[in-house]
Design a protein around this ligand. Structure first.
Ligand SMILES: [Zn+2]
Length: 301
């Protein structure tokens, strides 16, 4: 009996240890994608939590007092940047934790070093509702950019926890190796869809489409952040018929009114895809996010 009890206690301690490692680096990320990559690089040395839910429009996350409390206790903060998670600014400033403010050792903008797509060339007037004023911020949806994100997180973890530098470096190398293998596999799987014309609700998948050679025939939104209008959708339906666009990529938080109309008029398949890790069943980590998306695209072909 005593032995069984001892074993049970050891197992319990082990389990608790795995869940809450003593002295773990406390990381708060704005999104679940950044949390997943931080977990991959940080391993058992980190405790990670995302503020946004995976099924939320990341442009429009409602700040909560509990977020401020979490940021005030954070050792490291990781954000998307490029104004996608602008809601983080007021939260970080309210948290009064100088370490995780911009320029602090515990601050990581995961977009640092990114080659951004769709950077506006002319003057941009944000007051008209355009929400991609520095270019397209949905860069985590190109798996190649997962390496850049991981590299930025690696640098941040080494700054706040130098004792773990070797572990982080090894975990990062493993992540990149695994990602490279997956990218080769995904590119092979997506081969039959190369050059396929697609419509996206928002320009969420521009980086994804570039990586896998899908061609954008139009967006449901008039512009990023500006909802569809009847006249815009009429023009889009015309363009889809002319160009043979058979796939519409949308996600759970966009309305279905106009996508239903587009299906009726064009017969295109509407794919409700995850935009973040945890967004659908199976998208449990950064790899699963792409696999579930690719599986749906291949089924719709
Ligand atoms: Zn956007």
């Amino acid at each position: 009996m005593r032995n069984t009890l001892h074993l049970l206690c050891t197992a319990l301690a082990c389990l608790l240890g795995a869940l809450l490692p003593a002295g773990a680096v406390n990381v708060i990320t704005s999104t679940t994608d950044l949390a997943a990559i931080t977990r991959a690089v940080g391993g058992s040395r980190v405790k990670v939590e995302s503020l946004a839910q995976p099924t939320q429009d990341l442009h429009r996350v409602e700040p909560r007092p509990s977020f401020v409390a979490k940021l005030s206790r954070a050792d490291l903060v990781v954000r998307v940047g490029m104004d996608l998670d602008m809601w983080m600014d007021s939260l970080i400033s309210a948290a009064r934790n100088s370490n995780v403010r911009k320029g602090g050792a515990g601050y990581v903008d995961a977009s640092a070093g990114l080659k951004a797509l769709e950077v506006p060339t002319g003057k941009v007037d944000g007051s008209k509702g355009d929400i991609h004023i520095h270019g397209n911020p949905h860069y985590w949806l190109d798996p190649e950019n997962g390496k850049l994100i991981a590299r930025n997180i690696l640098a941040g973890l080494k700054r706040v926890d130098p004792a773990g530098a070797r572990t982080y470096q090894d975990n990062y190398a493993d992540f990149v190796t695994r990602l490279d293998e997956k990218i080769a596999r995904w590119e092979a799987q997506m081969q039959p869809l190369r050059g396929a014309k697609v419509v996206t609700y928002h320009t969420t998948w521009s980086y994804f489409n570039q990586r896998f050679s899908l061609k954008l025939a139009g967006t449901m939104e008039v512009k990023p952040g500006i909802p569809p209008s009847a006249s815009h959708i009429n023009r889009l339906i015309g363009a889809m018929k002319r160009e043979g666009a058979r796939i519409v990529m949308t996600t759970n938080y966009y309305p279905t009114r106009y996508t239903d109309l587009v299906t009726r008029e064009t017969g295109a398949a509407i794919l409700v895809l995850p935009t973040s890790v945890g967004g659908v069943k199976g998208a449990d980590d950064y790899f699963g996010l792409f696999q579930t998306t690719i599986d749906q695209l291949l089924k719709a072909r």
